[in-house]
Design a binder for this molecule. Structure first.
Ligand SMILES: NC(=O)c1ccc[n+]([C@@H]2O[C@H](COP(=O)([O-])OP(=O)(O)OC[C@H]3O[C@@H](n4cnc5c(N)ncnc54)[C@H](OP(=O)(O)O)[C@@H]3O)[C@@H](O)[C@H]2O)c1
Length: 229
């Protein structure tokens, strides 16, 4: 019997990250899911999948917590590392009106910390494996229409940081994906969003599967369509 594949999802307490964990568990994978604190959603999943789900505590903004996770996973092999954690603050604001702290929090959580996590965990992913990071359609500079200006800027910064990461680690043989899931009804996306979680996440996981075996960085939506930078 072949060994089950393993996904590590960083930021899986609720919303899209929790759904990613559930989707891979449903497909027979092993999942390591991280949360900053208690998560009712992950606890419920652990009752359904007691052998396949492991829950770890990590705040991705705390480098030491990510290093501790790396040490705890020593010897494990990750088929997919998915950095999902993200925040949206001051979505109506511009630099003229925003609280600076909100912008700095987004730049740290949405751009800097995900790529630092990829740097600290990449050696757990073998050549041919996948590192995916949740960005957004709003991270596209070409398509920017001014909405969610500060959040969009943090996702554009994430995309740029991943460009640099990809150039630095071209020899890893990793599939590197900047994932745009669509506008989805979660705490962040809000109730007016176009898609249910069920309309987005299974397609995201299909898309990751479709990219298997093709190393290099791509900015893609859930249908595996390229998005303009
Ligand atoms: N929903 C959408 O329409 C949409 C569209 C495009 C992109 N995205 C992106 O998709 C990702 C998930 O969004 P969502 O809609 O599921 O948002 P959400 O419902 O607000 O969930 C955000 C998740 O990120 C976690 N998180 C935030 N800061 C963290 C940190 N410092 N360390 C670890 N985990 C942290 C949260 O954990 P806690 O429970 O501890 O807060 C939660 O699990 C984000 O990167 C978001 O930018 C969402």
């Amino acid at each position: 019997m072949t060994e089950a594949s393993t996904a590590l999802v960083l930021g899986a307490s609720r919303g899209l990250g929790l759904a990613l964990a559930e989707e891979w568990l449903g497909r027979g994978w092993r999942v390591i899911a991280t949360a900053r604190g208690a998560s009712e959603g992950l606890d419920a999943l652990a009752r359904r999948y007691p052998d396949a789900l492991a829950i770890e505590q990590v705040d991705i903004n705390a480098a030491d917590a990510v290093r501790t996770l790396r040490a705890r996973l020593d010897g494990r092999r990750l088929d997919v590392l998915f950095v999902n954690a993200g925040i949206a603050r001051a979505i109506e604001a511009s630099p003229a009106t925003a609280d600076e702290a909100d912008f700095l929090d987004m730049m740290l959580t949405n751009a800097f910390s995900p790529v630092r996590a990829a740097e600290l965990l990449r050696d757990l992913v073998p050549a041919g494996g996948t590192i995916a990071v949740m960005t957004s359609e709003l991270g596209s500079i070409e398509h920017a229409g001014g909405g969610w200006q500060l959040y969009s800027s943090s996702k554009a910064a994430l995309n740029m940081l991943m460009k640099g990461y990809a150039a630095k680690h071209a020899g890893d043989g990793h599939v590197l994906l900047l994932v745009a899931p669509g506008w989805v009804r979660t705490d962040m996306g809000g109730s007016d969003a176009a898609l249910s979680i069920e309309e987005s996440i299974p397609l995201v996981v299909d898309m990751i599967e479709a990219n298997r075996g093709e190393p290099g960085l791509r900015y893609v939506d859930r249908f595996n369509r390229r998005i303009s930078w």
